[in-house]
Design a protein around this ligand. Structure first.
Ligand SMILES: [Zn+2]
Length: 156
């Protein structure tokens, strides 16, 4: 197996140019260096939430939600978020939205680092995530108010 490590800014360019040239990418295993920490190999497990940067973001988001625990491997975090997303409780709603927002913001930060060589401080990212969580949860609560209003309790 041939392993190619590509420097940060050339990561996506290298891959896309090989694809456009019709290179046999099945014969080659690409191993990208993490766009965020630039130390470990970049893969799903690492980027969300084993990377030191993303781990700190998720840890701070959890603390903002009142959850004080260590960050778990990706598949375990997904299982917890999936379970919370089925709940109708406000706190569970906030948790599942925070998970989605965190993943999205980590991906944006990763792209910003790769393409613009810039990442926001963890505190800024967490603040943005929690702001979005609050905005989206307000929508969730309004939706429940309308559901309650439409129920037989109010219509009879
Ligand atoms: Zn990393």
């Amino acid at each position: 197996m041939k392993i190619i490590k590509v420097p940060e800014k050339e990561q996506c360019m290298k891959h896309s140019s090989d694809v456009s040239k019709g290179a046999n990418i099945e014969a080659t295993t690409y191993e990208f260096i993490c766009g965020l920490c630039q130390v470990e190999n970049e893969n799903l497990e690492h980027l969300f939430f084993s990377c030191s940067y993303s781990q700190e973001i998720w840890k701070q988001v959890l603390l903002s939600l009142g959850v004080n625990r260590t960050v778990l491997p990706w598949h375990e975090e997904v299982q917890i978020a999936e379970k919370k997303s089925r709940s109708t409780q406000k706190q569970a709603c906030k948790y599942s939205i925070a998970f989605i927002e965190s993943v999205y913001c980590i991906w944006l930060q990763r792209n910003a680092k790769v393409f613009r060589d810039h990442v926001d401080p963890v505190k800024t990212v967490v603040s943005n995530i929690m702001f979005n969580v609050e905005c989206r949860c307000k929508g969730f609560l309004w939706k429940n108010v309308f559901v309650d209003f439409d129920s037989s309790e109010f219509s009879s």
